[in-house]
Design a protein around this ligand. Structure first.
Ligand SMILES: N[C@H](CCC[C@H](N)C(=O)O)C(=O)O
Length: 290
């Protein structure tokens, strides 16, 4: 029987099981199975996936994120805010602003501290990747995907695709409560036109400073919030002339609000909460596929 210590943390209800690899060691070839097992609400701890807080040669800490199906993602906005909180509160970093390495590059986090605890975090998520080939999405290389016709099961939709280091496709809806999250979401997630899969977002524009947002996440399905997805939604809304560059937009997700701006400098900044639910020890049998 093997075990490791963990912290369960969430950003707006998008929860992950966080393992500090400065203190723990996990078998690399078993990470997908461990992610699937800890995520299970019945036989595991219950979360949207697993996040590892790792040593890095390029930054004080590195984040690796695994979805609840065991697939490894390349970025996670809600995860970055929780990693920043954990790193600050556990002395892994010095100062309130610091770099975090991800599989899609370095990001800078700044924590807001109250009574020694991190209450909220602002992350500079860098520049969105807009070329079709960078999403990635099949089709003409350098073209952007903005308000493009997209047929699914014989019905035509209009999509905008944005990468925040991970792939997102945005559908605008008139009423967020009627968004086809659980019907269209899984169909598009694995559509062959997205060779690496895709996170599927539904957005209702309230006004030029507010969006309603729901998500079917690649590898996790419906979650309460998706930080990279909310960033992608703000970028898509500017590209479609629905919101303005350089203006802070409030994105209303199922789990709460994020404040996001796509700055005139081209970088996307996201501010939101990060919370610790509990800590504990997880026991598992090595070698089981999970
Ligand atoms: N499902 C995503 C990873 C988690 C992203 C999301 N939870 C966030 O907060 O950005 C993917 O496979 O790209």
């Amino acid at each position: 029987m093997r075990s490791f210590s963990f912290a369960k943390m969430h950003g707006l209800g998008n929860s992950y099981i966080y393992v500090d690899l400065f203190r723990e060691t996990l078998p690399e070839d078993e990470l997908p199975a461990i992610a699937r097992r800890v995520s299970d609400v019945n036989t595991g701890i219950g979360s949207d996936g697993l996040i590892l807080i790792c040593p890095s040669d390029e930054a004080p800490v590195k984040m690796r994120i695994f979805n609840s199906d065991g697939s490894e993602g390349k970025n996670c906005g809600n995860g970055l805010r929780c990693v920043a909180k954990y790193a600050y509160e556990h002395g892994l970093v010095r100062g309130r602003s610091f770099l975090i390495e991800t599989l899609s590059g370095l990001v800078e986090a700044e924590v807001a501290v109250q009574n020694g605890k991190v209450a909220s975090v602002t992350v500079d998520m860098g520049e969105p990747r807009l070329a079709r080939s960078a999403i990635p999405m099949a089709g003409p290389e350098a073209a952007q995907v903005v308000a493009e016709p997209f047929v699914v099961n014989g019905r035509e939709y209009t999509i905008t695709a944005v990468s925040m280091g991970n792939p997102h496709v945005i559908f605008y809806v008139e009423d967020i409560d009627e968004a086809p999250v659980t019907t269209l979401g899984p169909l598009v997630e694995k559509d062959p036109r997205f060779p690496e899969g895709v996170n599927v977002e539904f957005v209702e524009v309230v006004n030029e400073r507010e969006l309603h947002f729901r998500v079917w996440e690649r590898g996790s399905g419906v979650t309460q919030a998706c930080g990279t997805g909310a960033c992608a939604a703000v970028v898509a809304s500017v590209l479609n002339g629905k919101t303005a560059r350089g203006v802070e937009t409030v994105v209303h997700l199922a789990g709460g609000d994020l404040r996001i701006v796509w700055g005139h400098d081209g970088r996307v900044r996201m501010t939101g909460p990060a919370e610790t639910v509990c800590t504990g020890v997880y026991f598992y049998e090595s070698g089981q596929n999970g």
